[in-house]
Design a protein around this ligand. Sequence first.
Ligand code: SAM
Length: 217
Amino acid sequence: MRLRNVPGSREAIAEHPLCILEENPQAGNWHTVFGNNHPIHIEVGMGKGQFITTLAQQNPEINYIGIEKYSSVLIRALEKTDALETLPENLRFVRMDAENICNMFAEHEVDRIYLNFSDPWPKDRHAKRRLTSRQFLERYHNILKEEGRVIFKTDNRPLFDFSLEEVKEAGWTLEKSTFDLHHSEYVEGNIMTEYEEKFVAKGNPICMLQIFLQEDK
Ligand code: SAM
């Protein structure tokens, strides 16, 4: 995603009632933030927030947290939620690099992690920056509940193939996988992201996988 600095975005984020600052980590405290014990689903690299905002509106019994690295992108998600009649009570946003995600969530605090159209980082030397690398899977393992799931969508076949390899290497179980989500049994209930709409309009097939890590007993 090409980024332009959006003047005032840092300040707007700092003041927004749905935003949690990285400097104020809520690890172990999310149920207090939301005022309930509902499950926590997060999207890492949420971009302009269409996916997570739609899910939050559809599922008031689930708490959603969108994580985005750049203020200039997160501000677009805030503009969208501000345009709604009421702010969804079950939605929060965090501006942070997901490399530090274990500071923001306690062990086993999260029920589900969505990764949508993550940056491919095509150079081999950048592989560990990919959000489905074994390094990131290890972080997700830390914060996910035992029954927790990671769900990943992309139109980028090399990134998807890499992800399948990493999943295997890291010992996760592949529960669902398709190279063409929109012509598969898994399409029912699928919520499109901004990038997904663009790629589907171009005719690109969308790959999807769902994984979990079985603890050794
Ligand atoms: N998920 C959205 C969608 O499908 O429309 C946006 C996809 S966009 C290609 C990837 C997004 O992930 C960008 O907004 C980028 O800033 C964000 N991102 C990439 N690496 C990240 C990281 N390490 N931590 C947090 N966000 C990240």
